[in-house]
Design a binder for this molecule. Sequence first.
Ligand code: NAP
Length: 272
Amino acid sequence: MPNLDHPVVERTDMNPLAIVTGASRGIGAAYARVLADRGYDLLLVSRDETRLTHLARELEANHGIQAHVFIADLSQSDAAHQLFVESRQYRQTPDVLINNAGFGLYGEFISHPLPRIQEMLHIHVRTVAESIRLFLPGMVERRSGAIINVASIAGLFPIPHFAEYSATKAFLVSFSEALAEETRDTGVVIQACCPGQTETDFHASAGFRPPGFLPVQTADQVAHTSLAALPNKSPVVTIGWQGKLTALAIQWLPRRFLIKSVGRITKLARNL
Ligand SMILES: NC(=O)c1ccc[n+]([C@@H]2O[C@H](COP(=O)([O-])OP(=O)(O)OC[C@H]3O[C@@H](n4cnc5c(N)ncnc54)[C@H](OP(=O)(O)O)[C@@H]3O)[C@@H](O)[C@H]2O)c1
């Protein structure tokens, strides 16, 4: 039997449906596993058909849910609309939308290829904003649902050598907090999830190796903490004591000192 105790989801005859973008690996795959365990049907999204199909079959076999895959490049201009149309095949409105797909770019801004910067702006900002514009009205009308935007602790302060990454994640934090307030009395929960350094393929694909002294989280820990926080309706969720400590330090440290110090640390990170 599916576990429908989730406080932001209505009880219906069907399993609730969660959409997870960037579900082929890392944090997205971890969200998919936790949600499948809670009895959610899934719409898993990424560009990697092999990995997505493998994960979908595994989750269907282990949890008795339905897992659909949607192969999409979320940096394309009509990605949000295509996702919306695809999801309508399964439900009028999803119960949970997790905007998780993303990637990092390490190094000086002027060294980054323009097409990669455009791709990042598109995935982290445009596709997320457009998706929420398309999916949120249905949730508000139904008076239930949850949207999680996977931002980053990097969205809480500017990070030299990750300039556009931290700026796009700052957009997600600010956008989520504002929308959470706008939708406060609608039964819909909006959360910016802000992981710290997490063990995934993220660092390798961003082209950097973080300094060894920084604490590391698991993707599973991120997914569990984020989903467990939904009933509290916290608009910004950090992970573990390290996340809380970092968020506190960011509030109290003088901004110029913070940016300078962080810039020194990110300079230590070696190009792969
Ligand atoms: N790992 C960390 O330390 C960390 C910390 C804070 C925040 N985050 C955030 O967590 C989220 C997930 O990252 P991760 O750590 O799990 O990294 P990951 O293992 O590299 O996974 C990234 C996911 O995003 C998908 N993706 C990337 N570009 C895409 C595109 N154009 N279209 C569709 N899907 C795309 C990838 O799918 P395909 O390649 O299969 O298309 C993959 O499923 C990201 O938003 C990241 O910024 C990560």
